[in-house]
Write a protein that binds this ligand. Sequence first.
Ligand SMILES: NC(=O)c1ccc[n+]([C@@H]2O[C@H](COP(=O)([O-])OP(=O)(O)OC[C@H]3O[C@@H](n4cnc5c(N)ncnc54)[C@H](O)[C@@H]3O)[C@@H](O)[C@H]2O)c1
Ligand SMILES: O=C(O)[C@H](O)COP(=O)(O)O
Length: 627
Amino acid sequence: MGRKYVFDFDSTLTRVEALDVLAEITLATNPEKGKIIEEIQEITNLGIDGDISFTESLERRIRLLKAHKNDLDGLVGQLKHKISKSIENNKEFFESYSDDIYVISCGFKEFIDPIVAEYNIPGDRVYANTFDFDGDGNIIGFDEENVLASHNGKIACLKALDLPGEIQVIGDGYSDYVMREAGLAHKFFAYTENVHRDKAADNADHITPNLDEFLFINDLPRKISYPKNRIKILLLENIHPHAFDNLTEDGFSVELLTHSLPEDELIEKLKGVHVLGIRSKTQVTRKVLEAADKLLVVSAFCIGTTQIDLTAAKENGVVVFNAPYSNTRSVVELAIGQIIMLTRSIFPRSTEFHQGQWNKTAANAREVRGKKLGIVGYGNIGKQLSVLAESMGMQVYYYDVADKLALGNAIKCNSLEDLLSVSDAVSLHIDDNPANRNFIGERELERMKDGAILINLSRGFVVDIDALVVALNSGKLSGAALDVFPEEPRANGDFYSPLQGIPNVILTPHIGGSTEEAQQDIANFVPNKIMDYINSGNTVDAVNFPNIRLPRQNNVHRFLHIHENVPGIMAHINEILAKYKINITGQFLSTDSEVGYVITDMDKDYNTEVIQELKAIEHTIKFRVLY
Ligand SMILES: NC(=O)c1ccc[n+]([C@@H]2O[C@H](COP(=O)([O-])OP(=O)(O)OC[C@H]3O[C@@H](n4cnc5c(N)ncnc54)[C@H](O)[C@@H]3O)[C@@H](O)[C@H]2O)c1
Ligand SMILES: O=C(O)[C@H](O)COP(=O)(O)O
């Protein structure tokens, strides 16, 4: 018998209510426009939710509209640009299944017919109201004999159609659901791409946030392989809300938590999650990665990635991204501020003042101009600091394990000792490699100049805190600024450090990268990486994975195969592709010593049994099909 699909029009096939758009046109020059449109929208909603009779809702709206026949061309022109995104993307479905698709709407054929005709739905399968015009072409009412002009008219309409086979209704309103309630339709899909109406959603057999989901559930031909709303993203540690907005706008299902989670809770929470977003606190251990059944990506919305077991991630086919530059400038600006504040002893003066003491003195207050700044770790942050510090008149020295080009007049030191012995201020910007634990201890502090200052904005474990306390209390160092600590809490609250209470010591709760600008930039940068990988397989800038930049391909299917890098595996993949006579339009391979990542683009027509065979190849880690 086949299946019939009954679509609603307004807010389902289109992103808008057509009469609202018509009102915008007809009331364009009316000074009361805003108020009248609001009233029209209210009446529309009351009608859709069944709170007033539909006939009443229609009569009241038409009276307020004051529309003319000539306005309808403009309306159709606008509606053509307001088709729901996923409907537009899946035009092929409407074209192939046209014979089984009906539109039953309480809108008007005058504007529905020309819109759906472009989707291969002929006027004789569109059931809707029609306008009444006066002799001058003004819209003065509607055909009251039409069942769709009356309350629950859709029930009467569908009944009269007496369609054979299974009937599925797709619509955003309660007035669509009633066809299911009346026993005339077998299933009701609440369509929420444009508007979520509780009354419809609460009664639905399925809530479908877009047509992709509807087509997926019914195993119908569709534009994308897997509906994005089914891809779950978990963002921890108060990641900037722009990340949530960017990812939800692309259609993903995103959950945002303000804090980090301990291992056991993270394992539980990651069930069914495809993408995890964290900052510096969350430890993504091997145990977490091995337990995560669906995980494809871990994204650090920060620079550091040592909180993630990168090897275990790679072994499990989980791609890791970070934001390597987004907060660089913020850290540098804080370092500059701290260098000045410490060199001028500003914090002790400020603390005294807060306690009611006026202590005007030049003791221990110096300019930074002409002083020597030693930068340890001449990477992104170190180099940027070098430039800004020099522009304040400081003489910059730097030390790095890697060979680095000196910027401006900066002077390279051949050893850490050389740098420590010459610098008035030492600023640490080495990476979060665990080998850097206690990098600055008693011995290194001893090598520093008497009265020098130390700044650590890199990682807490880099400095031996007890040794630093001794150096500060003895007067060996005149001050220090620390933003990072060996043990940091998972969430805001009480915190203890032996450095508390020592004069001229600036303590900040790991906020070097916490500026509006940096967090916003991260919230744009990282989601783009995530979307690029999920939507097309790109691994450019992945920190643990072979990087592949893929060309955009239309009308192809893409196989993504991640495997252990063992001899013969590529030959095996290609043997299977050849066996199924796959017409390959592009193939891209990138490997490192442990994994291989091969992407194959092909014509859309192929025997899908090939997928099972590719998945079954020994040493396969992950396999995805994308289109
Ligand atoms: N406080 C914060 O909020 C905050 C914000 C951003 C970054 N960070 C931290 O700042 C650090 C630097 O970040 P980046 O973006 O400049 O990193 P980067 O990788 O660009 O630079 C690090 C540099 O340190 C060098 N290095 C590593 N170990 C060294 C050693 N033992 N001796 C000398 N040089 C060494 C590396 O060769 C590299 O040039 C990282 O630890 C990062 O996690 C902290
Ligand atoms: O690695 C980083 O970028 C910094 O340590 C900042 O981390 P955060 O995002 O947790 O503040």
